[in-house]
Design a protein around this ligand. Structure first.
Ligand SMILES: Nc1ncnc2c1ncn2[C@@H]1O[C@H](COP(=O)(O)OP(=O)(O)O)[C@@H](O)[C@H]1O
Ligand SMILES: [Mg+2]
Length: 344
């Protein structure tokens, strides 16, 4: 039995008219009504050093229908910030232990070319294409924000968010600010081996805290991290407030490049490691502030009903992609990491 058959086949009455209950790719069956890119989604084997062979694929999902059960609040009007001068980042610069990255199966900057690296190169390319399409339009700022979400915990949001961020930071023309937005269970800092610090929620809750001062610069050129900060019990309300767009706008425009003097003029991509859509309400609020959302689908775990529900919750974002994570085979036979001299 292949990994694809592990997703429970839903009852026929759950499927929309005309949808085939069997056949097609995992994503097609898992997403049901989601219309994917014309070409079949690439299924890419990852070259993980000490883990089972896993794989990821990314494809665009059609904007989900709005579920009546999901409250659809309008995004709060943004506080006018157009005239506010971008503030210079003054936070600490942290060293990221490369051995720790290897242990966590993360992309190692300036490390060997691995299958993992190759996979995320392909995944980021599709996302960056959309970012560049938004450039020059009035959506340019929001277009540079990418939310990484999934239905449930443990499906690979943080794994994908961190790897995607490291992969984009390696680009000559881009820099990345990785925001830990899983307020209840933040894990970006521990995944990267970084110490805790004030972050997003502190800046949202207290107007006297400048979010720029919470950003951690790192010794990886072009790679910055914003911790989640302290949980408040009113996280969703803070995220739904007008201040959120103001804070995110500051993240878009903060002057960060002092530590990377050799790489001026880069485009900033802001990546949010989201809470799980079905376990915490902030995901739906965050979705209203991003240009793209990536829904991580764990091949051995995510069920179709959960995926549909999660897509509905993210309906504030009209560009949602599915990223198939942890498959154990490649139907197309792609095998990055085991060919052309790449080392596992
Ligand atoms: N493609 C993958 N290959 C190997 N390990 C993975 C992969 N995706 C997720 N994991 C591991 O699964 C666990 C849960 O992933 P995580 O990213 O923390 O999930 P989430 O953030 O959705 O709760 C972590 O230990 C992570 O390293
Ligand atoms: Mg996580």
């Amino acid at each position: 039995m292949t990994e694809q058959t592990r997703i429970p086949v839903p009852d026929a009455d759950v499927l929309p008219t005309g949808t085939q209950p069997r056949g097609g790719s995992l994503i097609e069956r898992a997403a049901g009504r989601a219309t994917l890119a014309a070409a079949p989604p690439p299924v890419l084997p990852l070259g993980q050093p000490r883990r089972p062979v896993v794989a990821a694929a990314i494809a665009r999902a059609e904007a989900p229908e709005v579920s009546p059960s999901v409250p659809q609040s309008e995004p709060a009007p943004a506080t006018p910030t157009a005239t506010a001068a971008p503030r210079r980042h003054t936070g600490p610069r942290m060293r990221i232990d490369r051995a720790h990255l290897r242990e966590q199966c993360l992309i190692e900057p300036d490390g060997p070319v691995t299958g993992l690296l190759e996979e995320f190169r392909i995944i980021k390319r599709q996302l960056l294409l959309t970012v560049s399409e938004a450039r020059g339009t009035e959506d340019a700022s929001v277009g540079r924000r990418i939310l990484i979400c999934s239905a449930h915990p443990g499906e690979g949001k943080t794994f994908c968010a961190v790897n995607l961020a490291l992969s984009i930071a390696a680009e000559k023309n881009n820099e990345v600010l990785l925001v830990d937005a899983d307020i209840a269970k933040p894990s970006v800092l521990s995944t990267l081996g970084l110490p805790g610090g004030p972050g997003l929620m502190d800046a949202l809750a207290d107007p006297n805290i400048a979010v720029e001062d919470c950003i951690m610069a790192t010794d990886i050129p072009g790679f910055y991290v914003l911790p989640a900060g302290n949980q408040t019990g009113s996280d969703t309300e803070y995220l739904a407030s007008a201040r959120t767009e103001d804070v995110l706008d500051r993240l878009d425009r903060a002057i960060l490049s002092d530590w990377d003097a050799g790489r001026p003029g880069r485009n900033r991509i802001v990546i949010f490691d989201s809470p799980p859509a079905l376990a915490a309400s902030p995901a739906s609020e965050l979705a209203m502030h991003v240009g793209q959302a990536v829904m991580v689908v764990r091949a051995d775990r995510t069920g179709e009903a959960a995926l549909r529900d999660a897509l509905n919750i993210l309906s504030g974002c009209d560009d949602i992609r599915l990223l198939l994570n942890c498959t154990k085979f490649s139907p197309t036979g792609r095998a990055f990491g085991s060919y052309y001299g790449y080392k596992e």
